[in-house]
Design a protein around this ligand. Structure first.
Ligand code: ADP
Ligand code: GN1
Ligand code: MG
Length: 374
């Protein structure tokens, strides 16, 4: 298939750089991520159709693609050795597998226009979901993320690179938003006055997790940092979690932000950019499944972490709403948009989710306590 982007990026040339087997047939844009450009590329391998996942890394956001790939190689190698040791049969379906470049065997390739590319084996018979359909999926996804954290707990040193510094630093995200409001470069702050007021009322919450981290109560762990529900693949037949993907932000972080981001995306009754806010709410039954799936594996959490599980969902949802709002005010330079006002729409759904979580905080706390006891 020849789409604008496959022609623009000369995918047939890019794929030649990687150790993909067979003859290139076609490439097409794939998935719904907000950051990288993703393509499914098809090959004919001695008569058998084979796919690979080709990505252009967004190097405006990931300033050091080699450091990103160094993390990913270390993490995926470690995951595969843990899976093999546990007797897993199809290891290459349960951890991303980087396809190296021809010749110099590098994990990524920079083309003549400065674009950075990487290739993965394409995981077949599994899919990601932008909005979940049922609690079984939520349980499976959360369990897979907890297993991922568990398996990386003994990753040998050195510390992983921080691929985006201060990525989940809510007080710094707040400062960046406040600066964007003050500068109001695109004259959009008036459109977002309600959202700005929403944040102002919740300023005091922004430092809560990092303050407890600074006091030594909440530890640093190796975390994924982008545990959106469409970053875990679920098996088409069994519905079980197959593979945690999108590993650009795997780095030292707080387990709580990973849990919170699962809740943000898995419990949402509507899409992240839904304009009809009456559809947007946190579904408690899905929260129950997320807490159950996560805590079935994440037995490493300490008491302070357990105390903050329900709150962490509110905080990261507020922070991601703040990031969408910042990008809207700064002229949509970070997240991909498909329509004017897209980032403001996304911010509004996030703040509606925060309000929905606030009104169900007691129930959420109860669910967490029960899930931990099981
Ligand atoms: P982004 O960083 O832009 O979100 P992702 O790495 O999440 O990009 O990839 C986008 C989508 O591509 C995913 O949501 C998933 O559906 C699909 N995908 C990613 N990696 C693979 C893979 N190895 N095999 C099959 N599908 C994949
Ligand atoms: C981005 O890459 P993707 O679409 O999985 C973003 C996340 C946000 C998310 C909001 C590197 O994730 O931090 O939570 O959008 N990734 C980066 O949907 O900024
Ligand atoms: Mg993604």
């Amino acid at each position: 298939m020849s789409t604008d982007s496959t022609v623009k990026f000369k995918l047939h040339e890019v794929v030649k750089r990687f150790r993909a087997w067979g003859d290139f047939v076609e490439g097409a844009p794939y998935g719904s991520g907000h950051i990288n450009d993703t393509f499914r590329v098809s090959f004919n391998m001695a008569g058998a159709p084979v796919h690979y996942l080709l990505q252009r890394i967004n190097h405006n956001i990931f300033k050091n693609p080699r450091a990103v790939m160094e993390n990913i190689i270390r993490v995926t190698d470690h995951l595969r050795s843990r899976l093999s040791a546990a007797g897993m049969a199809d290891v290459t379906r349960h951890s991303l597998c980087v396809v190296l470049t021809r010749g110099d065997a590098q994990p990524c390739y920079q083309d003549g226009d400065g674009n950075w590319w990487r290739m993965y084996l394409f995981i077949e018979g599994a899919h990601t979901y932008d909005t979940l359909e049922n609690d079984k999926q939520a349980f499976a996804a959360a369990r897979a993320y907890a297993q991922f954290q568990n398996r990386l707990a003994d990753l040998p040193s050195p510390r992983l690179h921080e691929t985006i510094p201060n990525f989940h630093n809510t007080p710094i995200r707040l400062q960046t938003l406040q600066k964007a409001i003050k500068e109001d470069l695109c004259n959009r702050a008036k459109e977002a006055s309600e959202e700005i007021a929403f944040v102002e009322k919740r300023v005091s919450l922004c430092g809560r997790l990092l303050d407890r981290h600074a006091k030594g109560e909440i530890p640093e762990r190796i975390t994924h940092n982008d545990t959106k529900i469409n970053n875990v693949m679920l098996d088409d037949v069994t519905g079980e979690g197959v593979c945690v993907i999108d590993l650009d932000t795997v780095m030292p972080g707080l387990a709580l932000y990973d849990f919170g981001d699962m809740v943000r995306t898995a419990t949402a009754a509507a899409a992240e950019d839904e304009r009809d806010l009456s559809k947007v709410r946190m579904r408690l039954e899905l929260f129950k499944a997320i807490a159950g799936g996560y805590l079935s594996e994440a037995r490493f959490l300490n008491p302070a972490e357990r105390e903050e599980l329900a709150f962490s969902a509110r905080l990261i949802t507020q922070m991601i709403g703040m990031r969408f709002l910042t990008d809207y005010l700064q002229g949509d330079t970070y997240f991909k948009i498909k329509r004017p006002g897209h980032n403001l729409d996304r911010c509004r759904t996030q703040f509606k989710m925060v309000a929905s979580m606030e009104s169900q905080q007691d129930e959420m706390e109860k669910v967490v306590a029960e899930a931990w006891q099981k």
